[in-house]
Design a binder for this molecule. Sequence first.
Ligand code: 8YV
Length: 321
Amino acid sequence: MSTTKPEILAVMPLPPYARAQLDVHYTVHDRIHLSAPAAFAAVAPHIRAIVGSGEAKVPRELMVQMPNLKMVSVIGVGYDGVDTAAANELGIQVTHTPDVLNDDVADLALGLMLCAARKLPQADQYVRQGLWATQGAMPLARKVSGSRVGIVGMGRIGKTIAKRCAAFDMPISYTARSSKADLPFTFYANAKELAANVDFLVVITPGGAATKGLINAEVLAALGKGAGEGYLVNVARGTVIDQPALIDALQKGIIAGAGLDVFDGEPQVPDAFFSMANVTLAPHVGSATNATRKAMADLALLNLANFYAGKPLATPVPECR
Ligand code: 8YV
């Protein structure tokens, strides 16, 4: 029996636990260290699997450079950076890590709602800067419990967010590709109608071409109801929001505020957000707890192990089954 470890390509730096586990079982080549074409060409024929996080970019041009590539294991539920059509054509399987991060992403969505409406980051600053003692009570905030929530994308994480919103006595509406008969929530056919009928709009739909710019100026105007109302929360992908339109809506007070975990072009974040008092910003931390990142890495490793053992993959993406 050969003791040589299979060679895999990491398309981006990986979290420490995932990296350590991968190193036990595989020889991991880092794309970042193979920028010279000759260096990459020397490794490429040996690569049968790629690993990367949810933000990994795996375009057709990269796949075709590895003649023996047969698998892409994404450590993340989102895989909008992977060209799944090309993968299908080239006979490359793609896996991701659904379900294990539902709780964390939903927790963060509620956290951002509370931060945006109850101004928790500002409240913290108010105390630290001694303003409580010198200026008295903070201005009053917006009540969250009982407010209407609209969820854009009613998949696994959307349902987990809804469960938490139900505990806050929030009437729940949603939009998705189709209405789901088994859910006791109000369905709207599109994001604009949904936005017009809610106080909080929470975005948790997959990224990619199909949802690019879905939350545009019109949707934001509908959320604001002509009266500067409505809060936007995004825990999906930055591309789902028309970011310049959001900046405009926040600057002009078209909507009341936003809580954002993801950005178009992250980790670069437009400076315009930094000076806004009506937005709470987070650096894409939806799944970023020790327990969940471990569960995600373990699932990605299981997919890789199954692939090398010739067994069915645990969590293939729907497009590549
Ligand atoms: C992470 C994510 O950012 O799962 C996703 O789609 O966006 C995240 O959980 C990340 O990719 C973890 O590696």
